[in-house]
Design a protein around this ligand. Structure first.
Ligand code: SF4
Length: 342
């Protein structure tokens, strides 16, 4: 059976939100996925995927050469019946054409749409996990139940051991903790008061700081604000799926509108998501059953950008600066006390 190919070379969060589509397609036959090296790390061990084909758009062999190598790898296999364009660039559309697949399905709003054989309506009012999942359905299909569009990640035994080891070193193997994820690729999406929040929370909770090496300075500032016995600094110390495992063990996570939010959705961890220049209505809100969102609802300039600009175009950055730590702490309490989705 030739199976289907999913092309998803976008941000890590988008890759995680593509896992419900992949799970749906796997019910019909083998599924391969084209992803960046970072996306491939997120998709490791996924039982719904036959093979992840790496497409390094920015690494040692960039764009054109990367595309050539990826296409060559694909064309060594029997042709796919269908390619699903979960990422809508012209380059992804071209890659889909070069696979030789008869059907290429993507959104009618995508840049590469002229290269698709089927264009489906992009539903801005839906969560992005559902939008992507719907690529596998006809437009008149019933809406999915929540479980069908819940993302899934699969940490390995090695990932679990890495987390055990980190917690053991910190004397916290059996500790109950709240995870803090202060990072984001976009400057205006980084809430500036994680340090102050940590000082508030450390009175009652053990904390774990999560993120990549790029978040090391923010993590050090947070860790310095609280007693060392109250904090596990995991930033830059765990693989992506080990970070997911650590998030999965947390009582809750406080995160910006960034990848850890989607890791938490996949691991079912109660999520408190802080939105500044963006809003959950874009389709990237938390999906864990217990969740809360904090945002400056009264601010007229919000949302100002699809991703969040690097700097506030108005200079005041009120969408984040006016979100007080006490307000976030209040939502944490609500989520911890809740038994169902807010
Ligand atoms: S313009 Fe408004 S929403 Fe955008 S970054 Fe500035 S304060 Fe935030």
């Amino acid at each position: 059976m030739s199976g289907s190919l999913v092309v998803q070379t976008s941000f890590l969060g988008d890759v995680i939100l593509t896992t419900p589509l992949i799970a749906e397609l796997a019910k019909r036959g083998p599924v391969d996925v084209v992803a960046t090296p970072e996306g491939a790390a997120a998709l490791a061990n996924n039982p719904a995927i036959r093979q992840v084909i790496r497409y390094d758009k920015s690494g040692s062999y960039s764009s054109a050469l990367g595309m050539r190598q990826t296409v060559r790898q694909i064309r060594r296999k029997p042709p796919y019946g269908v390619v699903y364009l979960a990422q809508g660039s012209l380059r992804s559309g071209l890659l889909a054409v070069l696979t030789g697949a008869e059907q290429r399905i993507g959104f009618a709003s995508s840049t590469g749409r002229m290269l698709y054989t089927t264009q489906l309506k992009y539903r801005p009012e839906k969560h992005h996990a559902e939008r992507l999942w719907s690529l596998s359905m006809s437009e008149c299909a019933d809406p999915p139940v929540a479980e069908q569009v819940r993302p899934q990640l699969y940490p390995s035994d090695q990932d679990r051991e890495a987390v055990d080891s980190l917690l053991r070193i910190n004397g916290a193997l059996d500790a109950s903790f709240i995870a803090l994820a202060p990072g984001s690729a976009w400057g205006t999406k980084r809430w500036p008061y994680f340090r102050e929040l940590a000082a508030l929370l450390a009175r009652d909770h053990h904390l774990a700081i999560i993120g990549s090496a790029a978040d090391a300075d923010a993590a050090a500032a947070i860790a310095n604000a609280i007693p060392p016995t109250s904090v596990i600094n995991a930033v830059g110390r765990l693989s992506l799926l080990a970070s997911a495992e650590l998030i999965g063990r947390a009582r809750a996570i406080v995160t910006n509108d960034s990848a850890p939010l989607h890791l938490a959705s996949a691991m079912g961890t109660p999520t408190i998501a802080i939105f500044g220049p963006t809003v959950p209505e874009f389709g990237f809100g938390p999906l864990a059953a217990r969740r809360g969102v904090v945002g400056h609802e009264a601010l007229g300039c919000r949302p100002c950008h699809r991703h969040g600009p690097e700097r506030c175009p108005l200079g005041h950055w009120k969408c984040m600066r006016e979100l007080a730590p006490a307000r976030v702490a209040e939502v944490i309490d609500q989520v911890l006390d809740s038994s169902v989705a807010a």
